[in-house]
Design a protein. Structure first.
Ligand code: URA
Length: 285
């Protein structure tokens, strides 16, 4: 390759990384521009309200056959990838599905078949949870990253390794805690999930908390705190404070602390997280 072509290839890869394309999903490249365009009939005049109503009615169609392909997203170009539904319809379907899950296994199955969140189409797999479902201490992060998406487990990358060290510092390991995220699919390029994506996934994480039924709930980072504890203030102001959280069956204690990824970037803040972890240890008794 000439130096010009090498530079062009490097620039293209850098552009892909910026755009969030950082994993190869097939062995062979596919030229999507060369594929025949799918003809769609033009919508009839004034059909928009009818079409919106039809989509609302068909909200439960945000599910594929449960368990059809355990934890893996639909193939590109499948109906689910091509049929967006409104956020409200997706949130409603999520509420119904989460409510009907009697066990954590049911909930995992429901999420596997749930097509209301577009993140599942770009993620490699569902990242449901890790740790002990009977634990009294539950951690909720924001969303899986690259390593988590590869392994199908939350907090297994650099942030997860730091979390393990923080747990060890208060005498705990993953067999004594339960760990999950607000959003169970990796957002492209590790971006923060949008409020809409978090809201669509919220009924699932709420039900997951209810089913695990921990005594203490710890939100890792601001987005997790703001979504679950409905707090508007920032993490620096709210971290380390115990707040009530209603699981649906009882009130438990919840606290937000700094996200391990933040601590990796700001090592001086570890002393604040250490205080929070000591408070968690004390609360556990
Ligand atoms: N960050 C998160 O919020 N969750 C993970 O699982 C990994 C990194």
């Amino acid at each position: 390759m000439t130096p010009d072509r090498i530079k062009a290839a490097r620039d293209l890869i850098a552009f892909h990384l910026e755009a969030g394309v950082d994993i190869a999903v097939g062995d062979e490249p596919v030229d999507r521009f060369a594929e025949p365009a799918v003809e769609r009939p033009p919508p009839a005049a004034n059909s928009a309200p009818r079409e919106a109503a039809r989509r609302e009615r068909h909200a439960p169609a945000t599910f594929s056959r449960p368990g059809a392909a355990a934890d893996l997203p639909p193939a590109a170009g499948s109906q689910s990838a091509a049929t967006p539904v409104s956020a409200e319809a997706a949130a409603m379907a999520a509420r119904q599905a989460a409510h009907s899950a009697a066990t954590l296994d049911d909930l995992r199955q429901m999420l596997t078949g749930f097509e209301g969140c577009a993140l599942r189409n770009t993620a490699t797999r569902l990242v449901f949870a890790d740790g002990n479902p009977a634990a009294k201490l539950m951690f909720v992060g924001e969303a899986p990253g690259y390593e988590e998406d590869k392994q199908g487990l939350p907090f297994v990358g650099r942030s997860g390794q730091l979390l393990d060290k923080m747990l060890a510092a208060i005498g705990l390991d993953r067999t004594q805690v339960y760990i999950t995220n607000i959003v169970p699919w990796r957002p492209p390029g590790n971006r923060t999930p949008t409020p809409q994506e978090s809201q669509i996934c919220l009924p699932f994480i709420r039900r997951q908390i209810e089913l695990v039924d921990p005594d203490l709930l710890i939100c890792l980072g601001g987005p997790s705190m703001q979504t679950l504890l409905e707090v508007k203030d920032g993490i620096m102001k709210m971290r380390g404070k115990w707040m009530p959280y209603a699981t649906g069956t009882r009130d438990i204690r919840a606290m937000a602390t700094l996200h391990p990824a933040y601590l990796l970037r700001n090592p001086l803040a570890k002393r604040l997280a250490w205080r929070d972890f000591l408070a968690i240890r004390k609360a556990l008794g």
